[in-house]
Design a protein around this ligand. Structure first.
Ligand code: CAA
Ligand code: NAI
Length: 698
């Protein structure tokens, strides 16, 4: 027998144990091992019943995602499940940790399912752009009905064991060790059979035949899962369970599974799954690098960002001191924090008591000396080098030895900030995104002197406070905003050349972006963009278009003034096209003798997205990002890039790098230096490579 699945006996019950760390994924060896162990259990005369369990931290977390994309080696998971379901002895699944995807499908093939109360079950395949392909869409609705099955399968959400018990997915909740509990459960069973098979349960699903629930779900998903292929196929599969005999339903599921697997969305979402797990892997800061303990924190500045950052610490139970320069600013910051929490309470997502507990963890102060005990300090004062250096000099004088000193700067040089302290090794960038209590992305910016354990601490603390931490290098705009500069520049150029802001935004939204660049500009503030432009102009760098200057002079600062690239009605965040902006653009075109031309949505999308790709490739080659897949994660979590396109770098791979490069060269002929292709892109395109292959080589 293969080692990954072991058979042993406890009294009169045979125990089949899967041991395939870290999550007992159903690799080929596990599938074969399950069949072998089952045969052994059935042949063991001393065993009157069998228990199937997972060793280590979990039951079975599903198919082995790393095997996807290759031809699947025998045995097929469907055959393994059928063998368990048809077994002549009763089989009890003993669930702890998670039973997910193929793991839950195996459990549904067992005659009984018991779990510890902390376990979770679910069919999360839809998050990978596929659907449960081993009978999950046929068996689950037979247990719980179409409505619940549709919710679980189209959302992919995990269901806690007590709820799963209530729904009828589990037969019992057991106390203590799951295998002991399952053995006790099995001992009480009648070995004679017949043993209940989920496939034979017709009564629940019969009631759903011809039901409106399927069309209702399809319509709902058109809104909530816009542009996604798999969720609609999940509905088709569950409907087949209601309308076809079991074997035919399985066949239909297989077909739909194949369609999803062949679709580019599943490749993108599987890429994202591994990309999210790769971000923590830093070659010279291995996972076992000891992080410094962060039991208390402090935040400097209670403005737009500081307040949100303080909330992140309080939400994670870390006491945080909040420093301001005046009582007025402090009161304003605290009032915003209280209002944000109250909003969450009003929506029923937080209890009053929990809100009060979190607020009590935030200690306001006007005295820098109150920061002396903090293990981590995050500075979020004005974006001005002189102000930041002054703050860091004073912080250096009071912070305790070993405290991590972080700056939330979005554009300034970390090394220049670190240099004014006596401890540059303790200084790091922690670049949060606005609103800081909501946005998941955290760019951790490594300075040239930053110590490895400080990097480990920032990455780990980021995760602890609910962020997706990605390590980046110290350059203008770091990675995300650096790429956004040529992207925004293209948006403005497109408008100068003949498109309207609303056309550009719509083309990108239709393509999948959460928001177009002009609506985003209004959200971030035209004044903020203008200030960055002025600084870059002063430094002799590429700095966007004079359209921003005109808008700024019109005092159209975006949503905050009710008008920017769009106009906004009182109390509304809906961007409305504005004739005043059109006139301003027309005037600009006339002044610069630009004859407007019709621009296609295809050109808009290509120029915008390839601007990201080209700059991303430059940042990657300079080592500002560790992996192309890290850049993808940054764009998914910080900029509303659609996950089903995998991120800008994966998207370029999916188009093919030679085709992307050919377009970039064509743009270069038209507009010159700003489209100089990234050397890495040229090299990879010439050698038939991809960003993914480049990542694997590193
Ligand atoms: N296949 C292969 N590897 C997997 C895996 C899977 N199904 N699930 C997790 N892993 C790997 C991760 O890549 C990671 O590897 P590294 O340590 O090398 O990065 C490791 O297991 C640990 O994973 P996490 O860091 O995510 O650990 P966690 O404790 O935070 O979460 C989990 C554990 C809840 C199981 C989470 O990993 C998860 O959600 N996994 C995916 C579950 C899933 O989608 N299953 C359905 C698969 S598709 C299917 O089953 C199709 C079918 O019907 C035939
Ligand atoms: P803000 O102007 O809203 O808040 C800054 C706050 O710092 C003010 O309340 C001010 O009173 C306070 N402050 C100034 N000097 C201080 C000092 N010496 N000690 C204590 N407090 C002091 O600015 P915002 O938007 O919160 O930006 C803060 C930092 O975060 C900047 O570096 C900015 O670049 C960065 N950032 C901003 C983002 C945004 O979208 N607003 C996004 C990411 C980073």
């Amino acid at each position: 027998m293969t080692q990954v699945v072991q058979y042993s006996r406890r009294g009169a019950v045979g125990v089949i144990l899967v041991e395939n760390p870290p999550v007992n994924a159903l690799s080929q060896a596990v599938r074969q091992g399950l069949l072998d162990a089952l045969r052994q259990g059935l042949e063991d005369d001393g065993a009157r019943a069998l228990v199937l369990a997972g060793g280590g931290r979990t039951f079975i977390a599903g198919a082995d995602i790393a095997e996807f994309g290759r031809p699947l080696a025998a045995p097929d998971l469907n055959d393994v499940i059928a063998a368990f379901e048809d077994a002549a002895k009763p089989v009890v699944a003993a669930i702890h940790g998670t039973a997910l995807g193929g793991g839950l499908e195996v459990a549904l093939g067992c005659h009984y399912r018991v779990a510890v109360a902390k376990a979770m079950v679910g069919l999360p395949e839809v998050k990978l752009g596929i659907l449960p392909g081993a009978g999950g869409t046929q068996r689950l609705p037979r247990l719980v009905g179409a409505h619940v099955a549709l919710t679980m399968i189209t959302s992919g959400e995990f269901v806690p064991a007590p709820k799963a018990h209530e729904l009828g997915i589990l037969d019992a909740i057991v106390e203590g060790d799951p295998v002991d509990g399952a053995v006790r459960f099995a001992e009480a069973l009648d070995p004679a059979g017949p043993h209940p098979r989920v496939r034979d349960r017709a009564e629940r699903i019969a009631a759903d035949r011809g039901s409106a629930v399927f069309d209702e779900k399809r319509r709902a998903l058109e809104k909530t899962a816009r542009g996604l292929f798999a969720p609609q196929r999940c509905v088709d599969a569950v409907q087949a369970a209601a309308e076809l005999p079991f074997e035919e339903g399985l066949k239909r599921e297989r077909e739909l599974f194949g369609q999803c697997m062949a679709h580019p969305q599943s490749k993108a979402l599987i890429h994202v799954f591994f990309a999210e797990r790769a971000i923590g892997k830093i070659p010279d800061v291995p996972a076992d690098t000891p992080a410094r303990p962060v039991a208390t924190a402090a935040v400097l500045g209670a403005g737009t960002m500081g307040g949100g950052i303080a909330m992140n610490f309080a939400n994670a139970g870390i006491p945080v001191t909040l420093l301001e320069t005046s009582q007025e600013a402090l009161d304003r910051g605290l009032a915003t924090i209280a209002r944000n929490y109250a909003g969450t309470v009003a929506k029923g997502r937080l209890t009053q008591a929990e809100m009060e507990r979190r607020l009590s963890l935030i200690t306001p102060t006007l005295d820098m000396a109150a920061l002396a005990e903090a293990d981590m300090v995050v500075e979020a004062v004005f974006e001005d080098m002189a102000v930041k250096q002054d703050v860091f000099r004073r912080l250096d004088a009071v912070a305790k030895p070993g405290a991590v000193l972080a700056t939330n700067t979005s554009t300034l040089d970390i090394d220049a900030i670190a240099a004014v302290t006596s401890r540059p090794a303790d200084v790091i960038g922690m670049h949060f995104f606005s609103p800081a209590n909501v946005m998941k992305l955290l760019e951790v910016v490594r300075g040239s002197a930053t110590a490895k354990d400080v990097i480990a601490t920032a990455m780990q603390t980021g995760r602890k406070i609910g962020k997706v931490s990605v390590l980046v290098g110290n350059c203008d705009g770091f990675v995300g905003n650096r790429m956004l500069m040529p992207y925004s520049r293209q948006a403005e150029l497109l408008v100068e050349e003949g498109a309207w802001p609303e056309q550009v935004d719509k083309a990108l939204q239709d393509w999948g972006m959460a928001m177009g660049p002009f609506a985003m500009g209004d959200l971030a503030g035209v004044d903020v963009t203008w200030r960055i432009r002025q600084r870059r102009l002063a430094e002799g760098k590429a700095a966007g278009s004079p359209l921003t200057d005109r808008l700024y002079l019109m005092e159209r600062y975006g949503q905050k003034t009710g008008a920017g690239w769009y106009r906004y009605e009182a109390g509304s965040r809906t961007p409305l096209p504005d004739d005043a902006v059109k006139r301003m653009i027309e005037n600009h075109r006339e002044t610069h003798q630009i004859r407007p031309r019709a621009i296609s949505d295809e050109e808009i999308v290509k120029r915008m997205i390839y601007a990201l790709v080209n700059e991303g490739a430059k940042a990657l080659e300079e080592g500002m990002a560790l992996r192309a897949s890290d850049i993808d994660v940054i764009y998914l979590y910080g900029y509303g890039f659609p996950a089903w396109r995998g991120g800008p770098m994966h998207y370029a791979d999916s188009v093919g790098l030679p085709a992307v490069l050919a377009d970039i060269r064509a743009f270069q002929q038209h507009s010159g230096a700003e489209w100089t292709p990234a050397p890495l892109l040229e090299r990879l395109a010439a050698e038939g490579g991809s960003f993914a292959a480049h990542d694997r080589r590193r």
